[in-house]
Design a protein around this ligand. Sequence first.
Ligand SMILES: CC(=O)N[C@H]1[C@@H](OP(=O)(O)OP(=O)(O)OC[C@H]2O[C@@H](n3ccc(=O)[nH]c3=O)[C@H](O)[C@@H]2O)O[C@H](CO)[C@@H](O)[C@@H]1O
Length: 375
Amino acid sequence: MEKNRLRIIISGGGTGGHIFPAISIANAIREQNPDAEILFVGAEGRMEMDKVPQAGYNIVGLPVAGFSRSLTPKNLIVIIKLIKSLLKANRIVKHFKPHVVVGVGGYASGPIVKAAQRKGIPTLLQEQNSYAGVTNKLLAKKAKTICVAYEGMEKYFPAQKIILTGNPVRQDIENLSVTRNQGLEHFGIGADKKVLLVLGGSLGARTINQSLMASLHFIKTRPDIVVIWQTGKLYYQTVKEALDSNPVENIRLYDFIARMDLAYVSANTIISRAGAGTISELCLVAKPCILVPSPNVAEDHQTRNAQALVSRNAAIMIPDSQAKEQLVKAAFELLDNPAEQKKLSENIARLALRNSAKTIALEALKLAGIEKNKN
Ligand SMILES: CC(=O)N[C@H]1[C@@H](OP(=O)(O)OP(=O)(O)OC[C@H]2O[C@@H](n3ccc(=O)[nH]c3=O)[C@H](O)[C@@H]2O)O[C@H](CO)[C@@H](O)[C@@H]1O
């Protein structure tokens, strides 16, 4: 460790929704300050322990785990792990001596941000959702800056600390540089077709998959529409086998789509879960969409994310419980209604927030005592 180098810890993870923004913030800090020493702190055994090194950063894991919502003896183990994590977090902070610590939510950010706050090191929180997670709410009291993606977050955090930055989005999606024709070619779709893109978040969505499975005969009746369908890794094989025995020409099936930029430019309408990162992208690419919030997330935060759009006529929402009957029919109706598509796409575009990773990086540098030019 060099004495004069800027040192920053970025902590959190769990799902793609936390890790991708964390990596974007790190990249933006590096761009501003190429010498900065950046250390990630994640949860042992979680996705960040692979994804962060792949992105070229060092990561240390804490033995932290989540509490079970019901009273079970397992929670005793969780408490022991939490104590161990707090001790390890203290050691990391003592040894690495960060100038600032950034927490993006998820298990690991709790102990490390807390350890930094106890030592008087400035901390910055990033909340991706329109509803604050428990960890971020607890850490907010002593945090210096809280970067959020939705208006109205003073319900959860002290208003004077909040900065509306939006969620970091990959460059190739924020500044789309591909054409629709390139997209259609990539997915093997004719230029005269309408495209429905179906997304289930980084892990895939069971209900959305079941809704499409239940509508295969209906999809077949519309050869003018092509469906690009992302199932998620877990569900891919089952769906593929069903389609192998009952082929549907106008479906393109994927477990995960690497080129989301090409998928977005191709789409006329999108069906999606309401994860915060995906919503930030939908605002930037300004596409009409139908959101089916996952009912399986903490405090039903995806419904709140979706409502923030629906209340501004910027998206349609269908509850998970009604998706099987309504989803595909509603999507095809929207595909057949250019005026409604135009209205939704104009309204969702108004909610787009740009340059989020850079803005957050500049705020972190400010806390570290380094002022940078905003342009
Ligand atoms: C089940 C769960 O816990 N979901 C949470 C998780 O969502 P999840 O991990 O699904 O994350 P988001 O919706 O925020 O982001 C998904 C990211 O994966 C990318 N992508 C997705 C599919 C694909 O085929 N290819 C691809 O690259 C998207 O472009 C996007 O960048 O974190 C979000 C942010 O805290 C939360 O709002 C979600 O509630």
